[in-house]
Ligand binder design. Structure first.
Ligand code: 5RP
Length: 249
């Protein structure tokens, strides 16, 4: 029964820490929207669970302050968020220069080099981030790290053309070490297919590299469409902390 579940001590501890994570995501997202969105702005909308809070705040401000903003999504999820929150939807064909893009991250190091694509949206996320004057990262305290790989163990997502995933995997493992694992859908439903019809290899690296160089090296492999490394793109990151504060970097 529900009352047993909520009484169970482990669940209470787990629930309390999840509440902290969600509050941290919300605090970071709200801070970013408040600091970086102005009237008449063209805004890139990232993907993932933290962005949900950013869109929620954006919709609130649009309603309360009568702001006129236009939103460009980075995924089908982001598109639905924009539509469901009654925000104005556009795309890069119509709105190709953005004032700001706000997006989450799986990990950010001290230089704001990011790993993104935990949700498989890295290709469109990178395109929309690159179209913006300012790229703002929002995340909870678990994503804040000194060096990449410290927190995020699932690897760097690499989007590949489906027919190429085996040779790409082999090349990455031979040249760079580690393991490049084909991302599988839950319930043995086969490979995850991105919004662009591609597969994802999650590269679990076994040492710290020069990420800019490695990114270029991976991008040179035929069949690779994009990587989840975002090097030198982010202008600022907001991390929601455990104590309720927001850390800016
Ligand atoms: C999706 C992404 C997300 O921004 C990243 O996975 C962070 O997600 P969340 O806000 O749910 O922690 O890159 O491709």
């Amino acid at each position: 029964p529900a009352k047993w579940v909520s009484w169970f001590p482990c669940r209470q501890v787990g629930q309390a820490s999840m509440d902290k994570v969600e509050s941290a995501k919300r605090a970071a997202a709200h801070r970013a929207v408040d600091n970086h969105v102005k009237d008449a702005y063209k805004v890139g909308i990232g993907s993932g669970s933290t962005v949900v809070y950013a869109v929620e705040r954006l919709a609130q401000r649009v309603h309360e302050e009568k702001l006129k903003v236009v939103c460009v999504p980075t995924s089908f999820q982001a598109r639905q968020l924009i539509v469901n929150n009654n925000l104005e939807l556009s795309d890069l064909e119509i709105t190709y220069e953005l004032d700001v893009t706000i997006d989450g991250a799986d990990e950010a190091d001290k230089q704001l080099t990011l790993i993104k694509g935990g949700g498989g949206c890295q290709l469109q996320e990178k395109i929309v981030a690159a179209a913006a004057k300012t790229f703002v990262v929002i995340a909870d305290y678990r994503k804040d790290s000194t060096v990449l790989g410290e927190q995020w163990k699932q690897g760097v997502p690499i989007e590949v053309i489906p027919m190429a995933y085996c040779p790409v995997k082999l090349k990455i493992e031979k040249e760079l070490g580690g393991q490049a694992i084909l991302r599988q859908a839950k319930a043995k439903a086969g490979p995850v297919v991105t919004d662009n019809g591609n597969f994802i290899l999650d590269w679990v690296f076994d040492k710290i590299h020069d990420w800019e160089k490695v990114n270029q090296q991976i991008m040179m492999i035929p069949g690779v469409v994009e990587t989840g490394f975002f090097v030198g793109m982010a202008s600022v990151a907001y991390f929601g902390m455990q104590d309720g504060s927001v850390k800016e970097r």
